[in-house]
Design a protein around this ligand. Sequence first.
Ligand SMILES: *Cc1c(COP(=O)(O)O)cnc(C)c1O
Length: 394
Amino acid sequence: MIYADNAATTKMSEKALETMVSLIKDTYGNPSSLYEFGQKSREVLEDARAKVAKAIGANPKEIIFTSGGSESDNQAILSAAKAGEAAGKKHIISSAFEHHAVLHTLNKLKKEGFEITLLDVHENGLIDPGEVEDAIKEDTCLVTIMFANNEIGTIEPIREIGEVCKKHGVTFHTDAVQAIGHIPVNVVDDNIDMLSASAHKFHGPKGVGFLYVRKGVRLFNLIEGGAQEKGKRAGTENVPGIAAMAVALEDAVSNLENYSKIVTAKRDRLIEGISDISHSALNGDAKKRLPGNVNFCFEGIEGESILLLLDDKGIAASSGSACTSGSLDPSHVLLAIGRVHDVAHGSLRLTIDESTTDEEVETIIASVKEVVEYLRGFSPVWRDLISGKREFIL
Ligand SMILES: *Cc1c(COP(=O)(O)O)cnc(C)c1O
């Protein structure tokens, strides 16, 4: 089987797995207990916090462990909204192609009377920092823009957007779930106030993540209870998962340059090979994109059928986000970059990593070509397109 869906989730690294299993077996004390057995777990927890902080240029005191990207996004956004409301500021700026963990949280706030501005994303999948600045008003309490998009892989100008927010004194949150462990991130240099991350997107376990909150930024709880995580996130910490996440992140960050070089070369070969298919188009900027992300639209076919046929050939891919697959609506990300419904339906996302071999890359290219040609062979839409009854868009 060829696994080409690393944006949905990744395989745990050997080191993360070993760390997790050994801690589950032997270090099961509660980190909040005062006896030595619990204190051992406390040490593991604080060591993990130091590792995570170091990986993003933060102070360990600024790291809160959570259950993953969705929880971190919810807590960051709802917190900033609450702090804003207390100061009479109820305007939030975000973008149309955020993850649903962000968009659905913003929808909830909208129902509570917040004004939400969703910025347009340009055709190349990038957001303009100048447009962020233009959207900022007296009562803006939060800007939340993702670091890298989970479907089309584009890397946003986060440092510049952060600078704009800093200049206007607006809190800046970024969903960096796809970026952390894949490209360099430094919360100080990148002017970030709050950042969300998830372990299972960088070879750590599922159900674990963290939220970075810059010193001085107010944070409110989502979960009430004990005084864990400095009272900001109740519940006994998932010590084995957190330690495994820290190990996975430490490894990913120390290998970033090498990873980027190797995976970018494979990505570019995939893009080159798939571009041979007529009436196809790459989604998102060709260069300002994550090392492992390839996302194409093909005219005249359905994304879901491409996936099923690729699955038959032993290739695991996606049409976009895990949340939209299974629904008939085209991806909100592809619509946000201006793809029309018909074209957005025929999308394919391939997300590779270091373990993807050159041979697998060639197999993917050949299989995608075969599948697209086969599907077009009996597509009524394709027949209309080639007979001129309908006009090509791509
Ligand atoms: C996966 C993902 C999330 C959700 O993370 P979970 O840990 O699965 O809750 C949020 N944002 C982005 C961009 C993602 O890719």
